[in-house]
Design a protein around this ligand. Structure first.
Ligand SMILES: Nc1ncnc2c1ncn2[C@@H]1O[C@H](COP(=O)(O)OP(=O)(O)O)[C@@H](O)[C@H]1O
Ligand SMILES: [Mg+2]
Length: 253
């Protein structure tokens, strides 16, 4: 199974929104998708309105010792061809305890070995940090997409993240494909955004898609409903197509 991580150590850039919309988009297009919430704040789990009663990703990862559950135990159905491995607050404690674990950077990668046959793609949503959970996501991933907001802070954050990513890749996952970034919350009336987008296009990583600032996205938050209104789904169609393209090159290999 191929694994795609949606990561950036900056918060509020659109990681969770991107993970959700990609997952629903690809599932609607016929792919079997597993969404994995790797954020201790469980924003993804809450955003899709899931209530993890049979354990969460922390129970699979474990801490200083091996987890008590497997991926299969915690997976919940969300929609046709779309499942979720939910997170809960105990993921923060798990991250702290993992520091004492042998092989701590590849715990998540190992957890996927059981579910190979069931999905076409696993999509990981990361929290806003560069801690062990994000490192686990990067190590488990075949490819990564980085959501960015097109302003000065966003570009600076991206540059910093790319530096760290290179280090992690060199040490732990040389085969990782950095697919590119997705510009989130783009506001074409803001000159700053236009300038930042131009600068981004000169960077060494591709801009895969530009998602406009959408009222629907902001409205959906806090109501426990997946942020997959027509408006935002259409905005994410270009990114979904890019991921399909990447998958096809892999299947052709
Ligand atoms: N295209 C968009 N237009 C408007 N608001 C957006 C858009 N994408 C995300 N948001 C909002 O921005 C906030 C941060 O997005 P989120 O996906 O949670 O970021 P992250 O996971 O990186 O912290 C959320 O309130 C979300 O609803
Ligand atoms: Mg998030």
């Amino acid at each position: 199974v191929k694994v795609l991580s949606i990561s950036n150590q900056k918060g509020g850039v659109g990681k969770t929104t991107t993970a959700i919309n990609l997952a629903y988009g690809l599932a609607a297009a016929g792919r079997r998708i597993l969404l994995v919430d790797m954020d201790p704040q469980s924003s993804l789990t809450m955003a899709v309105g899931a209530d993890p009663q049979h354990g969460s990703i922390a129970d699979v990862l474990g801490g200083s010792k091996t987890g008590r559950l497997t991926m299969g135990d915690i997976i919940m159905p969300l929609a046709e061809r779309l499942d979720l491995a939910p997170a809960a607050l105990d993921l923060a404690g798990c991250e702290l305890e993992l520091t004492q674990r042998l092989g701590r950077e590849s715990v998540l990668k190992k957890a996927f070995s059981m579910i190979v046959e069931n999905y076409d793609l696993v999509i990981l949503d990361s929290g806003p940090s560069l801690g062990l959970l994000v490192i686990n996501a990067i190590v488990a991933a075949d490819a990564i997409i980085i959501p960015v907001i097109p302003d000065a802070l966003g570009l600076r954050g991206l540059a910093l993240f790319l530096q760290s990513l290179e280090t992690i890749r060199a040490e732990l996952n040389p085969g990782l494909v950095i697919m590119g970034c997705v510009v989130c919350q783009f506001d074409k009336r803001t000159t700053l955004h236009k300038a930042a987008l131009e600068r981004l296009k000169e960077e060494k990583i591709p801009v895969l898609a530009v998602v406009k600032k959408s009222v629907a996205a902001a409205r959906a938050v806090g109501f426990g409903k997946p942020i997959t209104s027509g408006e935002l789904r259409d905005q994410y169609a270009v990114l979904t197509a890019e991921v399909e393209k990447w998958q096809k090159t892999i299947w052709a290999e």
